[in-house]
Design a protein around this ligand. Structure first.
Ligand SMILES: Cc1ncc(COP(=O)(O)O)c(C=O)c1O
Length: 396
């Protein structure tokens, strides 16, 4: 089927929840994808921070193939070996003692919200059910997670929302402290706000949030759906702050594109869940776990985290140089390969011009160009993107 036919077929039959670019991607390898016409693109979107190992990574492909030929799915009523192995990999490399598997970031956050409430109900008192989340946060699209999300545009038209959520400005410790009441059971926060615009808090912010949670005996839930699995140059972004959360959520890059979500917790908190309290038919199934195991093993074995930090610094430095050439760049910021270039003007036109020149980038919040490329990109790829951006921004 040709491009126009595929687009028409999709528009006729798929609900109108995405504003899509008029290209049809059909193939990928490493940091590159190709459309149905054979045009090549350098992919600095990577499925929005999903394909951290690049597209069709040989280890991930081999693992999925082998598993698909062996056993695809059984119920969680039975033990699943790769599920146990992925849980062990996550536990060994994080603060956590136990893992719950699901299929997306929103589901991981749903599970976290439920676990926090259940733990609080049993251990802190039934009057403690409220979670404090951050303005400009993003936690997903289910009813609980749009409620947790501190942006009205995602909640509009879906009221009534859930009870028990309050919002404070991100990176504002005084506001957080002031918002804690006798009803508060926890704080939910992204280490860096992704959809909100790659907002990076002060270096000490997370550590201070941890201290506040400890002082008030409430839980710290870290949403690492976007920042996790190496994106910021550490396996998990909370590691930059040398703290330990009580609960953490993952998804996006965990399965290299295979849908996997996970909610991790310390033993103490995890004990609040008993058989029947929470479940997911597909959570942790064979195929998902084959993808996640190959992804984690590859990230841990290859020196991707160090490279991510170095390439991120290089990219940031080049973007900062660009700032002197283009007045429309308001600010450049980032950590690892989670980078933003905030403009004074709408970014859609720049994204389109880059796409025409064979470079895929993303724009969030209207004016913020977001770069979340595969961690395997080269310095030469960064130079290509800088040149293309230069041209796109210089063009009237
Ligand atoms: C920080 C964060 N949490 C949760 C989600 C929701 O994840 P999903 O789209 O897999 O439900 C996202 C998605 O962008 C995210 O960035």
């Amino acid at each position: 089927m040709r491009e126009k036919e595929i687009i028409a077929l999709a528009d006729q039959n798929i609900m109108n929840t995405y504003k899509r670019f008029p290209i049809v991607l059909v193939k990928g390898a490493g940091q590159r994808v190709w459309d149905v016409n054979g045009k090549e693109y350098l992919d600095f979107v990577a499925g929005i921070a999903v394909c951290n190992l690049g597209h069709t990574h040989p280890q991930v492909v081999a693992a999925i193939k082998e598993q698909a030929e062996t056993l695809t799915h059984v119920s969680n009523l039975y033990y699943i070996e790769p599920q146990a192995q992925v849980a062990k990999l996550l536990v060994d490399n994080s603060f956590a003692d136990k893992v719950f598997f699901c299929n997306s970031g929103a589901e991981a956050n749903e599970a976290a919200i439920k676990l926090a409430r259940k733990y609080a109900h049993e251990n802190l008192g039934s009057e403690k059910f409220e979670l404090i989340t951050m303005k400009d946060s993003f936690h997903g699209r289910t009813m609980a997670t749009i409620t947790a999300t501190g942006q009205e545009k995602f909640q509009f038209g879906f009221t009534p929302l859930l009870d028990g959520f309050t919002y404070v400005p991100f990176n504002d410790l005084a506001a957080l402290e002031a918002a804690i009441t006798g009803k508060t059971c926890g704080v939910m926060v992204e280490p860096i706000q992704g959809e909100g615009g790659v907002n990076i808090p002060d270096d000490k912010y997370l550590a201070e949030v941890r201290k506040i949670c400890d002082r008030h005996n409430i839980l710290l839930i870290i949403d690492e759906v976007q920042t996790g699995i190496g994106r910021t140059g550490k396996l998990f972004a909370y590691e930059h702050s040398a703290i330990q959360p009580d609960i953490m959520t993952l998804a996006k890059a965990l399965g290299s594109g295979f849908p996997v979500g996970a909610m991790l917790a310390t033993d103490k908190i995890a004990q609040a869940f008993n058989p029947g309290n929470h479940a997911s038919t597909f959570g942790g199934n064979f195929l998902a776990m084959a993808a996640a195991k190959a992804t984690l093993q590859t990230i841990l074995q290859e020196d991707l985290l160090d490279g991510c930090r170095k390439k991120g610094e290089y990219f940031l430095a080049q973007l900062k140089k660009m700032q002197s050439r283009h007045k429309i760049i308001r600010e450049v910021r980032g950590k690892g390969l989670m980078i933003a270039c905030e403009l004074t003007v709408d970014g859609a036109d720049i994204v389109k011009k880059c796409m025409n020149r064979g470079v895929l980038i993303n724009c969030t919040g209207g004016k913020i160009l977001r770069f979340v490329p595969p961690l395997i990109i080269s310095v030469q790829d960064i130079d290509v993107v800088i040149n293309v951006l230069d041209e796109a921004m210089g063009e009237k």
